[in-house]
Ligand binder design. Structure first.
Ligand code: ADP
Length: 398
């Protein structure tokens, strides 16, 4: 069975074609600068790489390029698009309606559209990809896999904000959480790695990429997560502030005399690591820190400290802790961040092994001391494979 996974952004389209029987990627690609006069098309199939500059007028044109590359008579990996059994789409916001991956019908497309106010940048772009695929793939089943769905098990005491209840009832103001596909994937893989049923485990999964979030997972179900109604809440991110006193927003409005949308942009795009140190890239930040840059040093400490606080809070929420799991570009690769986060955490049963932590690898691994009561794992995430698996699971239920 071959499943195509699509992640459609406002001006980009990422795709991966999986051969599910072996969980391998047959081809993948990224088409960027859609709608501009010069678009970038990058396609990879095994060792073969193709890069082109070409105008990509819209998402429909992007899908057309993708199909041509996948079906190319010389370099293609399939003969015809009909070899694709199903298409799985990443959809950012499913609100309270979508708790599971869902077969896309007219009604489902409409519901994704209706969730636009909750994810104004993402849901319309995701929908554009769905509509463009429909025009080429006709009756091939398409499935929406929602970033928010995994967190729909969070109980009311964790998802409500302490504000007028009508704001929840009428406007849907509550914690939804994001990165659900990644948290689900690494939690499942952590359980397999530990050779224990996920139904018996209490895990804290720590996804550290450009956007970052932490989830508390009890018996396989998310019971809390650090991102909230929007991806702005939680730990420090590349350019997002994470948790702040909401009073700061009103103070800034008065002091800076700027409209709210500009303050929103400051918190989303000029804050986090970038605001603290001048760079949003953790590799740059670590380089600067090594050279004695004080701002980079402080940003590093703030970043790790916030993660520590969440680990403490989620351990209390879970009632026991079997493992913490690092993932995402920073979680998988940064020895320094993992070390700083796990430092002096014996009180929670977390004891990292310095040498194991320093061993570089792309594989799933444990980095705790033998005597550590809590396992510390590094599990590389694979959101595309998870979307492909969830897409297959919807077909199997049909
Ligand atoms: P995205 O959220 O866009 O998918 P990634 O998960 O790829 O992002 O993570 C990007 C972050 O990972 C960047 O801050 C980058 O600097 C960081 N990163 C990647 N490799 C390393 C490394 N070897 N050491 C430290 N940070 C790294």
């Amino acid at each position: 069975m071959k499943i195509l996974v699509i992640n459609s952004g406002s001006s980009s389209l990422k795709y991966q074609l999986f051969f599910m029987d072996k969980s391998i990627v047959l081809a993948s690609g990224l088409i960027e600068r859609i709608g501009e006069s010069k678009g970038n098309i990058n396609h990879k199939a095994g060792e073969k790489k193709i890069s082109k500059e070409n105008e990509v007028r819209d998402h429909t044109a992007a899908i057309k390029f993708m199909i041509e590359l996948l079906c190319d008579p010389e370099d293609g990996v399939i003969k015809d698009k009909s070899e694709i059994t199903a298409i799985g789409h990443r959809v950012v916001h499913g609100g309270e309606k979508f708790k599971e991956p869902t077969l896309i019908t007219e009604e489902v497309s409409h519901a994704i559209y209706e969730h636009e106010p909750l994810a104004p940048l993402h849901n319309p772009a995701n929908l554009t990809g769905i509509v463009a695929c429909k025009s080429f793939f006709g009756e091939i089943p398409q499935v929406a896999v929602f970033d928010t769905a995994f967190h729909q098990t969070i109980p009311p005491e964790a998802f409500h904000y302490a504000i007028d209840n009508q704001l929840y009832e009428k406007h849907g103001v509550r914690r939804y959480g994001f990165h659900g596909t990644s948290h689900r994937y690494v939690a499942q893989h952590a359980a397999e790695f530990l050779e224990k049923p996920i139904q018996s485990l209490c895990l804290i999964t720590i996804h550290l990429g450009n956007g970052s979030s932490i989830a508390a997972i009890k018996n396989g179900k998310s019971i809390d997560t650090s991102m909230g109604m929007t991806p702005l809440e939680g730990i420090v991110m590349g350019t997002r502030s994470g948790d702040i006193d909401p009073g700061i927003i009103f103070y800034l409005e008065r002091q800076l005399k700027k409209p709210l949308n500009e303050i929103e942009a400051i918190l989303n795009k000029q804050s986090g690591l970038k605001g603290l140190s001048g760079t949003n890239d953790m590799r740059d930040l670590l380089e600067r820190k090594k050279k004695g840059d004080r701002k980079a040093e402080l940003a590093f400490l703030i970043y790790a400290y916030r993660i520590k606080k969440y680990i403490g809070a989620y351990t209390a929420a879970l009632g026991k802790l079997d493992a913490i799991v690092f993932t995402g570009g920073i979680g998988e690769n940064s020895i320094d961040i993992r070390e700083e986060v796990c430092k002096e955490m014996k009180v929670l049963g977390i004891e990292i092994d310095e040498n194991l932590n320093k061993t570089e690898s792309r594989k799933e691994r444990s980095i705790h001391k033998i005597e550590s009561p809590v396992a510390v794992l590094v599990i590389p995430t694979n959101e595309e494979l998870q979307i492909a698996r969830e897409t297959r699971s919807v077909l199997e239920k049909k």
